[in-house]
Design a protein around this ligand. Structure first.
Ligand code: ACK
Length: 860
């Protein structure tokens, strides 16, 4: 198409390639380059094109059209005539290179003619045109030159076309892929990322590959039309009015659901008609709905201090199924005619909020009080609609008179051989003025077959004329104008043998003195923190009085003959009076069974029987019986009682009172969360009382833990598991410490006992603190699954167990006091007992739980 001369560089410039105009078959003049030196040998004629920019292409195609004479048709050319030419290329950034060495060119191919002709017969307009295409990789420079080398042929170059291939712009899966130049190699695939068409968003990265021949391959991923748009003919078009599309993944536009509309194109959600609403959680496909009308026919039935409320569901549910009664509003009217909230002690069953049913029992209301109850109906759109009072209904009632609630705990403040002095707190809900208390009691062994009743106006009573060393069961109930309330749960107390009568009297006197001082100096005592466990005047006075009469525990191992010790402290029982019933566990020395014991002249009682398995050594026999020798020296309601031993025949047995609820840790785990704080404190009080008794006798337990406390059917806790060598040998919790080859129950043991075996009553107090934690956490394992070494390290670094869930602050503080590093700083069991009694007398102090409990252990 070039109008003038192409002026490609030819070498030699004369006698080689020449630019010649000829007529093509349609008689149109065309330009050609020709060479035809077939008669001369050693031809080397070069023709070079102008510089061709590659324009980003990596592989170019060269299409050559040419004619070529058949050597056979030319006479006298044998040996010199050729029928091929060579195609070369040279890459270059220079667009006007004047001279390029022949050796700089790289050969593409030797090109031969598919068709040759014998005669040039332009007059007949017959031309046999050859078309040959070759491709070549050009990646190193901005462009290239092509060259044609003739070595003695008769050729006319008619056209040279140079091109590259692209995969053309296309849209696939709502993604546009641009016009893309193919790769450098014939096998190469060019990875191309598509871009989402207008009003669409990526579903998964859109990708395709451009193949070497300009074909798109393997489409992956694609796009979705955006909310409010749907696909039409490869593009995204807006939803028309009355339709919506909420999510890009939705298949298309949907008609607006009932009670809603869309006025503009491209709606993503339809608006609710006026008076209709949609809850936040309602899907856009859901019809718009309305709040419910008020509940209907609210009726109330008063039963003493309870009210049963019942109502019918609202007439209109608003097209929804999630109507509920979110909160029972309620208030009581006091004498001042002001409506006050009910308070947290009123019970709503099944609940006060989020009710699905239409019946509620409200109990624990005050007697003779006017109450108003409001029942609200709500559904998912109540909040959105802003509707309030229209959806509620109320009723007013007045409660009746009611009997007082039961007395929650009874304390023995003085115990003698023949009498017990008891005291108790007013019931939590007196429901009126208490006119008198009735005390019912009986010997435990007699059950309720014969009992006595005493009445008193005060909250204490002296019960006299009792048998010594006998367990009595007490129940107390209160009377108001509305009649008697229910009896309290049973509380057991034992008269003593007389030996400790003096001591009990003194303790009682001390307790009342302490109580009197407490009342007088309550505000003063509140200020005392750390110093509260320092020895008070009363304590030292108590010691002065008590010490002379206190029995001291005798170590059975000081006896040369162990049998002498056993017969001094334990009663020999005739095996025929024991009736074994079943095996209840395994001890270190053999089975533990339950059974009955009938001693002449006494009633049959339930007992636990520990036996020594056959094949024992002398040492095992002595260790086994040492427990009985120790236990036999104790006589306290919170220490497991020894009934006797069988040593005269085999197997050897130790008979103790039977504790129906087994060990405390397992018992608490079984009844997780089922006790009131007062009941838990009651258990702790029992253990503290038993431990005080042991410490008064100078006995150091060394293995105080919930697993070594037994519980009877009245929830009375008793300290068990005595012994010396066995104390730490048979406890599965006991581990060897690194410094001493002795087993120690690490998690329960005070640091000084772990480090240098300093076992004292103060180390028992540390263990008692751990027992407190076990009790309040219902048998949780202290320090959870930390290993023993980490526990020792943590304690050394000052960490202490945090308050268990719902643990009153005072109880946790008491635990922390038990875990004072300095053992002299820890409270005595006597002080612990006093503290717990005080808490039981003032249950209000047990209600306070900290605002936020730390999740981690405390640093003290
Ligand atoms: O957890 P438990 O039920 O309580 O299982 C152990 C088992 O025997 C092995 O010591 C139980 N046990 C021990 N002494 C008594 C007892 N005096 N009354 C009832 N159970 C007892 C203990």
């Amino acid at each position: 198409t070039v109008p003038g001369e192409l002026k490609w560089a030819a070498s030699p410039s004369e006698g080689g390639w020449e630019e010649v105009s000829i007529m093509d078959e349609k008689n149109i003049p065309i330009r050609t380059y020709q060479v035809c030196n077939v008669l001369e040998p050693n031809q080397n004629n070069w023709l070079r094109t102008d510089w061709i920019p590659r324009s980003g292409a990596q592989r170019v195609y060269v299409e050559v059209k040419f004619t070529l004479r058949d050597c056979n048709s030319l006479p006298g050319v044998t040996g010199t005539c050729k029928e091929t030419f060579n195609l070369y290329y040279h890459e270059s950034n220079e667009d006007r290179e004047s001279y390029i060495k022949e050796s700089s060119f790289i050969k593409v191919d030797t090109v031969a003619a598919d068709e040759s002709f014998t005669q040039v017969d332009v007059g007949d307009r017959i031309m046999k045109l050859n078309t040959e295409v070759r491709d070549v990789k050009v990646t190193t420079r901005k462009g290239f030159y092509l060259a044609f080398q003739d070595v003695g042929a008769c050729i006319a170059l008619v056209s040279v076309r140079v091109f590259y291939k692209t995969c053309p712009l296309t849209i696939r899966n709502l993604a546009t892929f641009p016009d893309t130049i193919t790769g450098a190699d014939t096998s190469s695939l060019v990875e191309v990322r598509g871009s989402c068409v207008n009003q669409s968003e990526e579903r998964e990265e859109p990708k395709m590959y451009c193949g070497a021949d300009g074909e798109w391959l393997v489409p992956i991923g694609g796009c979705f039309c955006s909310p409010g748009y749907e696909e039409k003919g490869g593009a995204c078009k807006a939803c028309s009015a009355g339709f919506y599309k909420a999510k890009s993944s939705d298949a298309g536009c949907f008609k607006c659901p009932p009670h809603s509309h869309s006025v503009r194109d491209g709606a993503t959600v339809c608006d609710c008609h006026s008076g209709f609403f949609r809850a936040d959680s309602d899907p856009p496909s859901m019809a718009c709905t309305q709040p419910p009308s008020a509940p209907q026919q609210l009726i109330s039935v008063v039963n003493e201090t309870s009210v049963v409320l019942e109502w019918a569901p609202p007439r209109r549910l608003g097209g929804r199924s999630d109507t509920n009664y979110p909160r029972m509003g309620s208030g009581s009217i006091s004498s001042s005619q002001l409506c006050l909230p009910c308070g947290s002690d009123v019970l709503f069953s099944p609940g006060q909020t989020g009710l699905k049913t239409s019946r509620v029992v409200v109990s624990e209301l005050r007697a003779h009080t006017h109450y108003t109850f409001i029942v609200h109906a709500r559904n998912g759109v109540s909040q959105a609609s802003g509707a309030g009072a229209a959806q509620s209904v109320s009723v007013s009632v007045t409660t009746n008179q009611a009997a007082p609630s039961p007395v929650s705990s009874i304390l023995a403040i003085d115990v003698t051989r023949h009498s017990l002095s008891l005291s108790w707190q007013q019931p939590d809900r007196p429901n009126g003025v208490i006119l008198e208390y009735e005390v019912k009691f009986y010997e435990k062994d007699q059950k309720e077959r014969s009992y006595r009743i005493m009445r008193t106006f005060s909250r204490s009573v002296d019960v006299t004329g009792l048998n010594p060393l006998t367990v009595y069961v007490f129940h107390v109930r209160a009377r108001t104008a509305a009649g008697y309330g229910e009896f309290s749960a049973p509380f057991e107390f034992s008269t003593n043998s007389g030996i400790h009568a003096v001591k009990f009297k003194i303790i009682a006197r001390m307790l009342s003195l302490v109580f009197f001082i407490c009342v007088l100096n309550l505000h003063h005592l509140c200020l005392i923190r750390r110093s509260k466990y320092s020895k008070t005047k009363q304590d030292s006075e108590e010691e002065k009085h008590l010490n002379p009469g206190v029995k001291i525990y005798v170590d059975p191992f000081t006896y040369e003959d162990p049998d002498q010790a056993i017969h001094e402290f334990a009663k020999e029982i005739d095996v025929s009076s024991i009736h074994i019933e079943k095996v209840i566990g395994m001890g270190e020395f053999g089975e533990v069974c339950s059974g009955r014991l009938r001693v002449q002249g006494k009633r049959e009682i339930y007992v636990a029987i520990k036996s020594l398995k056959a094949g024992y050594s002398d040492k095992q026999r002595r260790d086994f019986l040492s427990e009985a020798s120790i236990m036999g020296q104790f006589d306290h309601p919170n220490i497991i009682r020894l009934e006797g031993v069988v040593t005269r025949c085999k197997p050897l047995m130790i008979i103790t009172e039977y504790m129906e609820n087994g060990s405390l840790d397992a018992f608490l785990r079984k009844h997780d969360g089922q006790f009131t704080v007062i009941q838990l404190v009651g258990m702790l009080r029992g253990i503290a009382s038993g431990m005080k008794y042991l410490s008064d006798m100078s006995y150091v337990h060394r293995d105080l833990a919930a697993r070594n406390i037994l519980v009877n059917s009245n929830l009375v806790c008793k300290v068990s598991d005595f012994g010396l060598s066995r104390v730490l040998e048979d406890d599965p919790e006991a581990a060897y410490t690194t410094r001493v080859r002795r087993k120690i129950p690490i998690r329960w043991t005070a640091p000084e006992a772990i480090t240098y075996r300093k076992f004292t009553t103060a180390s028992d107090v540390w263990s008692y603190g751990i027992v407190m934690w076990e009790v309040v956490s219902y048998g949780e394992r202290p320090y959870w699954d930390m290993n023993n070494q980490d526990v020792i390290k943590a304690i050394e670094e000052g960490y202490r167990l945090p308050a268990p869930m719902d643990c009153p602050v005072v109880l946790h503080q008491l635990m922390l006091d038990c875990w004072e590093r300095e053992r002299a700083e820890r409270p005595t069991f006597s002080q612990i007992l006093n503290m717990l009694d005080k808490l039981i007398r003032n249950p209000g102090t047990l209600k306070t739980t900290p605002e936020e409990r730390p999740a981690e252990m405390l640093l003290v």
